[in-house]
Design a protein around this ligand. Structure first.
Ligand code: ADP
Ligand code: MG
Ligand code: MG
Length: 213
């Protein structure tokens, strides 16, 4: 029931931590091209704290809502940096949207994706094409909604949405950054994808694969 779902949420956070740790160096190198090089370490710090908070709360029998709000708070606090504040608030928003229930329907997952996305656009105010994680996030959200409306299973919708995010992250290489620290070095950034969009693609692919299995 509620505690099992809390444990599932914590297990997903542990997967997110693992994929960030695996790509920490690559994300840092990407951020160093036109940013300050800390996207790998910042994401790792944030998600480490988030996964730990999630595990502790899940072990104590907490609900999905409690696991995710605690994880999001820890993420924002420990990560520092723009991406940490955005991820933290988005994880909290998804947790609040999911709430504390004994079971969930596919529509609840779609609503949580919408809440996650709205938190990031409300806080960061980036527009599509600004070359930020929003350029991977919005295609993810659109694909998830479309699959869901078409009757796809959760795992099917996640897989399609993650593929859309990864492809969109790749396409950010063609963009000049209009938001964030990379803006002053926009020309250097051309030809390279946005670090926050790339990490979003990697994370969603990992979650999709985990939910599949
Ligand atoms: P910082 O820029 O503070 O060093 P990170 O390096 O961890 O933080 O994250 C950089 C990423 O944050 C960028 O690649 C971009 O995807 C994302 N980002 C920056 N500003 C915004 C914004 N206003 N809205 C959405 N995402 C943003
Ligand atoms: Mg940075
Ligand atoms: Mg920084």
């Amino acid at each position: 029931a509620s505690a099992d779902l809390g444990r599932l949420a914590a297990a997903v956070l542990a997967q997110v931590r693992d994929v960030v740790v695996e790509h920490e160096e690559e994300l840092g190198n990407l951020d160093a091209i036109a940013g300050d090089g800390d996207h790998g370490i910042g994401m790792r710090r944030g998600v480490d704290a988030a996964a730990t908070a999630g595990e502790q709360n899940a072990a104590a029998g907490a609900s999905v809502e409690r696991v995710l709000t605690a994880a999001g708070e820890a993420w924002s606090e420990r990560a520092g940096g723009t991406s940490g504040a955005l991820w933290g608030s988005a994880v909290i928003a998804a947790g609040i949207a999911l709430g504390n229930r004994d079971s969930y329907r596919a529509e609840d997952a779609a609503a949580a994706v919408d809440a996650f996305s709205s938190a990031i656009t409300a806080l960061g105010k980036a527009e599509p094409g600004d070359k930020t994680m929003v350029d991977a996030l919005l295609p993810f959200q659109d694909a998830f909604r479309k699959e869901h409306d078409g009757g796809a299973t959760l795992s099917g919708a996640l897989a399609a949405a993650a593929a859309a995010a990864t492809e969109a992250a790749r396409r950010t290489a063609d963009l000049r950054p209009l938001k964030g620290r990379a803006r002053p070095l926009a020309e250097k950034s051309l030809g390279h994808p946005d670090p926050g969009a790339v990490s979003f693609g990697l994370i969603t692919e990992r979650i999709a694969r985990y939910i599949q299995s």
